[in-house]
Design a protein around this ligand. Sequence first.
Ligand SMILES: Cc1cc2nc3c(=O)[nH]c(=O)nc-3n(C[C@H](O)[C@H](O)[C@H](O)COP(=O)(O)OP(=O)(O)OC[C@H]3O[C@@H](n4cnc5c(N)ncnc54)[C@H](O)[C@@H]3O)c2cc1C
Length: 473
Amino acid sequence: MSTQGTTSRLHSGPGLPADVLAELRGFVGDQHVLVHDGDVEPFSRDATPLFRARPDAVVLPATTAEVSAILALATRRGIPVTPRGAGSNLAAATIPEHGGIVLVLTRMNRVLEVSQGELLAVVQAGTTTATLADAAAAKGLLYAPDPGSRTVSTVAGNVAMCAGGLRGLKYGVTRNYVLGLEVVLPTGEVMRTGGRLWKDVAGYDLTRLLTGSEGTLAVITEITVGLLPMPATSSTGVAYFDNLSDAGRAVAQIIAQGTLPATLEFLDNRCVNAVEDYAQLGLDRQAGALLLFGDDGGPDVVAASLQRMADVCTDIGARGVTLAQDIAGSEALLYARRCSLPALARLAPITMLEDVTVPRPKLAEMVDTIDAITAKHDVTCATFGHAGDGNLHPTVVFDPGDGDARHRAEAAFDEIFHAAMALGGTITGEHGVGAAKRPWLAARLGPDQLALLKRIKTAFDPAGILNPGKLGS
Ligand SMILES: Cc1cc2nc3c(=O)[nH]c(=O)nc-3n(C[C@H](O)[C@H](O)[C@H](O)COP(=O)(O)OP(=O)(O)OC[C@H]3O[C@@H](n4cnc5c(N)ncnc54)[C@H](O)[C@@H]3O)c2cc1C
């Protein structure tokens, strides 16, 4: 745990002073300040296994003014604040390593506006991704980012992590849709960045800087996102290959021939078998790799696009290719990818889902490297991911009671992260740095960039209260 730099000046427990608790209760009401063990326990952890720390208090504001009052108090008294949405992140980004306040934004959960004329929506921070997408869909519009956690994750959490998802190749990720933010600086000032415009280059792009800042620079209270017209239809196909190299060649060929698919996902053989054990979908258990491909748009365009992709897979030597006949069939195919994580999680008590990205042509090489590394360290690993983005999720499962299993898993991931960087890739494509990836951040960014990040952090957060120790701060 880092206690360097500004973090060493922060209040450290046990508990918050009585006058601070009284002020917090005055801001948000007694019932929205939690301090008892049983009440704060769920906020001691997030979706990342093996990380845990108890906050001194959990505070649930309902308005931007309340957020402002809480942050101004925290800066005055040097109290660490960890902003939190649903806590679904996979990078230990909401673990309150330095105690203090966990600031939960889920009471601010209203969709404020969906505009067909301007193709945008305005939502409060704690609105779930699915609620935003449903509100847009009700007006015939598409909110394109679709992280697998969309039914629980909040839009502010997505913005803070720059969440990706299954549509990244064709539609981009969260950052491509954030037009404007209302944020509260750690000192309590409320600020609006960007706005309702698709084009606006006045000044530094603070909206983009805050997107992916992992709750270290400001607390997001309201988000304006861009929307697209809803595609008329979508469809999916599946191809099985003897090995991942062939699937990788199919991916390269699909894109080289000018198709930008809405879906291009892969599962390796271990993952296919775990999914088949879990869901009995009739997948080809012998296949070295499964490739899901899909597109959306007008019906004729989608049919032609899927046929072109199916032909490429056949030409490359796929063992079998199937196209969904209807929406239900398409959803059934996509389910194979969506249930990968729960399927793997059944294999052992601890599931470490990781997230590296390499240049697309290096995908198969990276999977082979992951296999070699995990075999060397004797850990059980399956890999799935976004083939179109070069974004892989190697997932290690183990029993913590099994001797040095955890140590072996960590040693394997250390090598995997370095291998990804050696191939021109990165330590995280979409899940973020948090506390989990902190040990590798300096290797990824280098000392000069890391030092600049720290100077930016200080400009936003002079007392260093916001999510201290995260993102190298
Ligand atoms: C089953 C599953 C599937 C997933 N699939 C995907 C996927 O496909 N793609 C993907 O990218 N991720 C995925 N994730 C990871 C996770 O859901 C995303 O990172 C998501 O964006 C987190 O949203 P949240 O509301 O849970 O944020 P939290 O986990 O609560 O917080 C995440 C970060 O955002 C900060 N934060 C939260 N709210 C605010 C705020 N209001 N202001 C400032 N900072 C804030 C926190 O401090 C923290 O640093 C998945 C997770 C699970 C469990």
